[in-house]
Design a binder for this molecule. Structure first.
Ligand SMILES: [Zn+2]
Length: 444
């Protein structure tokens, strides 16, 4: 983890590497709590019935899959559990896993609908990410009957949730190893704990272009033998390409049209950041201001820092650059929490509730993310009277608030809200019926 503002890097070293860095003149200090956590052997308490050993809030890979399959079985019109490919181990032997997406939408209501693709745990050790995505699915389906937002999202949008993007690697990480890559045995020796490819450096777009990945097979950012060489990556690419039509030209400086629908989201941990492209080059995209505005909005709910990927690191062949660069879809990364093995108390009390708000906002803005993020949120929606008899009139009250932006990395201009429209049982604002230049920014 690198904190560009505080100007320090948090790294895992062995004693030899520590001494080498001291010799080179780096100012070093030991992070005692994290070191202790790394050295503590894991034990399942007698009371723990499920989850990763010592971290009962996080479903294991089989438990995640069982939850998703159960949701699809319990809500056959609202959820579908789709096999989109095989992991490296399944492609090359008897063990291994399917790569699976939980699709959530009310199939009784026809589309086209705005789509969100949200993937998690592509880096195996990032425990909180898969659980956050799974809880998002549970929230939408558990609250479908009683919560207007959940119902509107499920009826009129499509959520495509890739809960375990790297299940082979994740099963290694669940034993306590700080495993990041997939488990490809052709790289760095078949039994090495440093084997595999970094799936988030293996995507085709600008693969290996810019010193944002490694050719060393044992490196944690090894990019793989060729672009999309890893079966997990080729499955994800194929699925995402089928979801989102190509909305952007091939030039680095081509813009996606402002009304391009859809959001691509890759959930990582940790560092408390919201990221947007580019990652391969320290240059802004042609949709920079819109992406930054949406990132500032997303970061408001979590109090995270919204920055371009290059503010963290140069990364080539990444998920986010692929989705925006190849398809023009508005693409973001979350770096949630403060630890790879985030403790369950802070996950339940902070990481989950705050990021759930960001995920709900992502779904709401997916109709036109480059435009809608600039406008206000409607908050405090309700009636002036809780009990309404047939024939009585009621007043709808709400506040349109245009100040919900993170101002951590620059200041977001806000606008005076001059009006609002209410729609009942209608998901789509009629863009053309608007008599103000700002109308298309009001609807959420
Ligand atoms: Zn990551």
């Amino acid at each position: 983890m690198i904190d560009p503002q505080q100007q320090y890097a948090l790294i895992k070293l062995n004693a030899f590497e520590y001494v080498e860095l001291v010799k080179l003149g780096f100012k070093m200090s030991l992070d005692r709590p994290r070191t202790e956590q790394l050295q503590t052997s894991r034990q399942r308490s007698p009371l723990q019935r499920a989850g990763i050993t010592g971290f009962e809030c996080y479903r294991t890979v089989p438990e995640t899959f069982a939850t998703a399959a159960q949701l699809a079985a319990d809500h056959p019109t609202l959820a579908e559990w789709i096999d989109i490919g095989d992991s490296w181990e399944k492609t090359n032997g008897a063990t291994g896993n399917d790569i699976q997406v939980l699709k959530i939408t009310n199939s009784a209501i026809s589309g086209p609908k705005p789509k969100v693709f949200a993937m998690s745990a592509v880096h195996a050790r990032e425990y909180a990410t898969a659980e956050l995505n799974t809880r998002f699915a549970l929230y939408l389906l558990d609250n479908y009957e009683t919560n207007a937002d959940a119902r509107w999202i499920v009826d009129h949008h499509e959520m495509h949730l890739l809960l375990q993007a790297n299940p082979d690697g994740r099963q290694q990480a669940e034993t306590g190893l700080l495993w990041r890559k997939n488990t490809n045995e052709n790289y760095c020796g078949p039994t090495s704990d440093s084997r595999g490819a970094d799936l988030n450096r293996n995507f085709e777009f600008q693969w290996g272009c810019c010193n944002g990945s490694s050719t060393n097979e044992c490196s944690n950012v090894y990019r793989g033998a060729s672009a999309a060489s890893e079966p997990e990556v080729s499955a994800i690419q194929d699925y995402v390409r089928a979801l989102f039509p190509d909305a952007r030209g091939d030039g680095i400086n081509d813009a996606a049209p402002d009304d391009t629908p859809g959001v691509f989201l890759d959930i990582h941990s940790f560092s408390e950041l919201v990221l947007y492209p580019w990652g391969f080059v320290n240059q802004t995209t042609a949709n920079h201001e819109s992406l930054r505005t949406m990132a500032r909005k997303l970061a408001f709910f979590t109090d995270y820092n919204p920055i371009q990927i290059t503010g963290l690191t140069i990364a080539d062949g990444s998920t986010i650059d692929f989705a925006y660069g190849e398809l023009g879809v508005a693409s973001f990364g979350f770096e949630v929490g403060t630890n790879f093995f985030q403790d369950c108390s802070s996950f339940e009390n902070t990481v989950l509730p705050r990021n759930l708000q960001s995920l709900l906002y992502t779904a709401k803005a997916a109709r036109a993310p480059y435009l809608l993020a600039d406008g206000p949120e409607v908050i405090g929606l309700g009636f002036d009277n809780n009990v309404v008899m047939p024939g009585m009139s009621v007043q709808l009250v709400a506040t349109a608030n245009d100040t919900q932006f993170s101002n951590t990395s620059g200041t977001q201009p806000t606008q005076i809200v001059v009006g609002a429209n209410a729609y009942i049982d209608t998901p789509l604002v009629a863009w053309g019926n608007c008599n103000s230049a700002y109308c298309n920014r009001w609807y959420l």
